[in-house]
Design a protein around this ligand. Structure first.
Ligand code: ATP
Length: 527
C-alpha cells in the first residue's frame, strides 16, 4: 500500500486530516489556549506533548466539538468543522479514545457499536449482532459482540471504540494517554493495530507523557507550553533532550532526579546502628494474603526505606497495595504499623495508624471535584485547621499554599475548584492530601500516572523525602521511573512474589520479572 501522505501519480497529496489555526480558549481568567495551531496529515501519527496544564486536553475538546473556541478555525480534510452541537457530524470526523474506555458498561458490544444509530423502528437483535460481528472483523477486532461491554479489558474496550469511530466514517482519531492502563504486551498490540490503520490512511493524534512511546509510534511531534504552540518537528530529527527542553523551557539537566541513593540507604543503616538492634519496621506484612488476588506475603519496610511493589495489571501488586491501606480486607495474615496491628479492611483505621494513601484512580477515590484545591488538600486534616473542631479558612488556605508551591501545582489559587485543574495537577492535589497528615508510611499506587516529565521528578522526590525524614514509603507501580527511587523492589506475577531486587537492578531484569521470567532477580521466587 502506498503512503497516503505522499503525492501519487494519480494526483496531489490529500488534504490534512485536521488543521487548527489561531485557536484561543479561555476559562474565566485562565487562558488555556493562546492562538495555537496543529496540522495532522492524512495517515500520519502525530504526538502532542507538554507539561501538565499546557493545554492538550483543551485542544482535544476543541477538536472533538466539546468546546467552542473563542477564536480560530478548525477543518477536517479541508472542510470547515461541523457546527457546535451537531454530534452526528462531529462523530463522522473525529473520535477520542481515552485511557479508560467510554463505552456504556451495561450494554453489549453490539449495542455500544450502534448506540444512537438504532433508528426508531423495532430493533432486530440478531441482525444487529451480525452487523457488529462484520464490523469488528473488518477492523480485525476479536471481541464477542454479545459480550457485556463492562466485562471487556481496557484494551478490548479501546479497540471497540476505535472500530466504532471508523464505522462512523472518521479518519482521524485522538488517543489520550491510551497506554496508561495497558501492560507491555497490550501496548505492542495497540501500536501494531494503529500502524495497520495508518497504512489505510487513518491519522492519529497521540497524547502521552511517555516520551519513549512518542519515539516508538509517531513520526511528527508538536509541543505546547503554557497554552502556546512551541514547536512542530519530525520525531526522527529531534533528540530527547531537545524535546524535554521544548516542553519545560529550560535546558535539560543531566542529573536524573531521584534515584535510590546510597545516602538514603545510609540513613536507614545509620538509624539501625544508632539504635543498636535492627530498628522496628515502620510497616510489616505478616503472611498477608487475599484469596484470588495474591498469595500470602511477608515483608518489612524499615525507617528510611522506600519499597517498590512491581507488577503488571493482573499481578496482584495493586491489590496488595489496596489491602495495605484497608481498601480490601485480607483473607490471611495481617498488617502492622510500628509493631501494632492495623484493623483489616478499614481505611479510617489505616489512616489513623499512620498510613497515607495515594490511590490509582484519583477520580473515584481521590478527589471531591466540585471543591477547591485547598479543601481537597486538607480533607484529611480538618482536625488540625482550627480550635475545637472548627476549620479556619485562613489556615486552610495557608496550608494549601504551602502544598501548591512545594508540589508545583499549576492553579490560579487555593480557591480554584479541582475540576478546573488539568489531570496531572489533580494528581498532585491527591498527593498533597496524603502528605497532609504526615504519615508514618506513604503507600502510593502508580503515583505519577498522567504526570509530566518534570513534575514526575519532583513528585517522586516528595515520596523519597517521606522516607528520608525517617518514615517509610511503598510505591506500587509497573513504571520503571517510579521504581527507580525504591531501595528495594519486590516483583509480583500472577499473585506471587517472583523476584526481589536491591537497587541497582537493570531495566531488563525487572521487566522480565514483571512478565513472569524470574531469571534476573537477586533472590528467586519464594516457594
Ligand atoms: N473547565 C475548566 N475551567 C477552568 N479552567 C480550566 C478548565 N479546563 C482546563 N482549565 C485550565 O486550562 C489549562 C489547560 O488545561 P488542560 O487540561 O488543557 O491541560 P493538559 O495539557 O491537558 O494537562 P495534563 O497533562 O495535566 O492533562 C489549565 O491551567 C487548566 O487549569
Amino acid at each position: 500500500m502506498t503512503d497516503p501522505t505522499t503525492p501519487t501519480p494519480d494526483g496531489p497529496a490529500p488534504p490534512p486530516a485536521v488543521q487548527a489555526e489561531g485557536v484561543v480558549k479561555r476559562f474565566g481568567p485562565t487562558l488555556a489556549l493562546d492562538r495555537v495551531g496543529i496540522t495532522v496529515e492524512a495517515g500520519d501519527s502525530h504526538a502532542l506533548v507538554g507539561r501538565n496544564g499546557a493545554g492538550k486536553s483543551t485542544l482535544v475538546s476543541v477538536l472533538t466539538g466539546l468546546h467552542v473556541p473563542d477564536a480560530g478555525r478548525v477543518s477536517f480534510q479541508g472542510e470547515p468543522a461541523p457546527a457546535a452541537g451537531d454530534t452526528a457530524a462531529w462523530q463522522s470526523k473525529v473520535a477520542c479514545v481515552y485511557q479508560k474506555s467510554m463505552v456504556v458498561p451495561d450494554l453489549t458490544v453490539a449495542e455500544n457499536l450502534f448506540l444512537n444509530r438504532l433508528g426508531s423502528g423495532r430493533v432486530r437483535w440478531s441482525a444487529l449482532r451480525a452487523r457488529a460481528r462484520d464490523l469488528l472483523a473488518e477492523y480485525g477486532v476479536e471481541v464477542d459482540p454479545a459480550a457485556r461491554a463492562g466485562d471487556l479489558t481496557v484494551e478490548q474496550g479501546q479497540f471497540v471504540e476505535i472500530a466504532r469511530a471508523l464505522s462512523f466514517g472518521a479518519r482521524f482519531i485522538i488517543l489520550d494517554e491510551p497506554t496508561a492502563q495497558l501492560d507491555a504486551a497490550g501496548i505492542d498490540r495497540l501500536f501494531t493495530r494503529l500502524r495497520d490503520l495508518q497504512r489505510q490512511g487513518v491519522a492519529f493524534l497521540f497524547i502521552s507523557h511517555h516520551l519513549q512511546e512518542v519515539y516508538d509510534l509517531c513520526s511528527t511531534v508538536t509541543v505546547y507550553r503554557d497554552a502556546r504552540h512551541v514547536l512542530t518537528a519530525t520525531v526522527a530529527e529531534l533528540g530527547k533532550a531537545e524535546l524535554v527542553e521544548a516542553m519545560t523551557g529550560e535546558a535539560a539537566s543531566h542529573t536524573a532526579a531521584w534515584h535510590a541513593t546510597s545516602a538514603a540507604r545510609d540513613t536507614a543503616g545509620r538509624q539501625g546502628a544508632e539504635a543498636g538492634p535492627e530498628p522496628e519496621a515502620v510497616l510489616r506484612a505478616d503472611g498477608l494474603g487475599l484469596e484470588g488476588a495474591f498469595d500470602p506475603v511477608d515483608f518489612a519496610v524499615r525507617p528510611g526505606e522506600v519499597l517498590g511493589l512491581a507488577g503488571a495489571t493482573a499481578s496482584g501488586a495493586t491489590a496488595l497495595g489496596e489491602t495495605l491501606v484497608g481498601l480490601r480486607r485480607a483473607t490471611a495474615g495481617r498488617t502492622l504499623v510500628a509493631g501494632r496491628p492495623v484493623r483489616p479492611g478499614s481505611v479510617p483505621h489505616a489512616l489513623g495508624a499512620g498510613i497515607g494513601y495515594v490511590p490509582e484512580d484519583r477520580h473515584r477515590q481521590g478527589l471531591v471535584l466540585g471543591r477547591s484545591v485547598a479543601e481537597n488538600a486538607t480533607l484529611s486534616v480538618t482536625d488540625q485547621l482550627g480550635p475545637y473542631g472548627t476549620v479556619l479558612p485562613s489556615r486552610t488556605r495557608e496550608f494549601a499554599r504551602r502544598m501548591i508551591s512545594s508540589l508545583d501545582i499549576k492553579t490560579s489559587g487555593p480557591g480554584q475548584p479541582v475540576s478546573d485543574l488539568s489531570g496531572g495537577n489533580q494528581q498532585k492535589v491527591v498527593i498533597a492530601r496524603a502528605l497532609a497528615r504526615d504519615p508514618r508510611v506513604l503507600v502510593a499506587i502508580r503515583p505519577t500516572a498522567g504526570v509530566d516529565v518534570k513534575s514526575k521528578d519532583s513528585l517522586l522526590g516528595v515520596v523519597r523525602s517521606v522516607a528520608e525524614r525517617g518514615d517509610a514509603a511503598v510505591i506500587v507501580s509497573d513504571e520503571l521511573d517510579d521504581l527507580r527511587v525504591c531501595d528495594r523492589v519486590i516483583a509480583l506475577f500472577h499473585g506471587r512474589v517472583i523476584a526481589e531486587f536491591d537497587s541497582g537492578w537493570t531495566d531488563r531484569d525487572l521487566v522480565s520479572a514483571m512478565e513472569g521470567l524470574p531469571s534476573g532477580g537477586d533472590k528467586g521466587a519464594e516457594e
